[in-house]
Ligand binder design. Structure first.
Ligand SMILES: C[S@@+](CC[C@H](N)C(=O)[O-])C[C@H]1O[C@@H](n2cnc3c(N)ncnc32)[C@H](O)[C@@H]1O
Length: 268
């Protein structure tokens, strides 16, 4: 699919999908615990831009933490709900991650997005814009599923073999497929670790199917890390794991294999 077609399709989807709107409307503060723990750890007070703020609940909660918060989202449909939440230190508006023309260079202390970057076809444009609007010594936080993690296909295999149940995912639907996915992902991780340039590989999204079906590229920690390093950022944090103790230990040793990207970078 052409980039412009994909962009139009994504924009249309977020502006019209009642199912997506309903899903976002059901979110509660506990849904943001991991994301907020990064913000609490690495953020200070100051001016914060949240990109892809959905129904605005997370932006509202961030403003309650004392941040002078601006939340933007590409969906006008979601914005209807956002407007009810505006406060003196919370501004909410329609905006595109790939073109933050309304914001000046170096104008935010913290720029963050939660579960958004995997839905943005022009990844590099978005990362460039985020890098532009954050101030020197400021922080960018990006969370996303890691679609190169071998843990999800491994979990699929274990569940299928030991409990006969399966997880719905767009990437594999059988034990053989999941085993192949583990192998392919490990090879891709090794290749990416040895290659110079970030490579954001696009995929065809499937809408309203839930999970990671609507991701438009194979989001992963390695390409994001490479991009930010190239832009002169210092990487402070890479990922987190929602798995058990053994998985957490493995993720400590191999952070780029974790199921969730939790990238925190500082502009030098
Ligand atoms: C999975 S939702 C996450 C929403 C919110 N961050 C949360 O954690 O609940 C993805 C959000 O990204 C928004 N989005 C997608 N592409 C965007 C873009 N290019 N610029 C701004 N927002 C975008 C969608 O409209 C949607 O609200």
């Amino acid at each position: 699919m052409e980039m412009t077609d994909l962009k139009t399709k994504m924009g249309h989807y977020y502006n019209t999908s009642a199912a997506y709107y309903s899903k976002l409307s059901k979110e509660t503060p506990t849904d943001f615990e991991d994301y907020f723990s990064l913000i609490d750890q690495f953020g200070k007070t100051g001016r914060l831009l949240e990109i892809g703020c959905g129904t605005g609940l997370s932006s509202y909660l961030l403003s309650q933490k004392g941040y002078q918060t601006v939340g933007i989202d590409i969906s006008e449909m979601f914005l209807k709900e956002l407007k009810n939440k505006e406060r003196p230190n919370l501004k909410l508006e329609v905006g595109d991650a790939c073109d933050l023309y309304q914001f000046e260079d170096n104008s935010f202390d913290l720029v963050c997005m939660n579960g958004v970057i995997e839905h943005v076809p022009e990844v590099e444009k978005a990362l460039k814009e985020m890098s532009r609007v954050v101030r020197s010594e400021g922080i960018i936080i990006v969370t996303s599923p890691n679609l190169l993690s071998p843990f999800s296909p491994i979990k699929f295999i274990l569940r299928k073999v030991f409990f006969g149940t399966s997880i719905k995912t767009p990437f594999f639907d059988s034990v053989g497929g999941a085993a192949l996915a583990v192998l392919k992902r490990m090879v891709a991780i090794v290749k990416k670790r040895f290659s110079q340039d970030p490579e954001f590989s696009l995929r065809n999204p499937e809408f309203d199917a839930g999970g990671d079906f609507d991701a438009v590229w194979q989001s992963n920690a390695i390409d994001l890390e490479k991009y930010f390093k190239r832009m002169g950022f210092e990487v402070l944090h890479l990922s987190y794991s929602h798995g058990g103790r053994f998985e957490k230990l493995l993720v400590k040793l191999f952070p780029r294999t974790a199921g969730a990207i939790a990238m925190v970078v500082r502009k030098k």
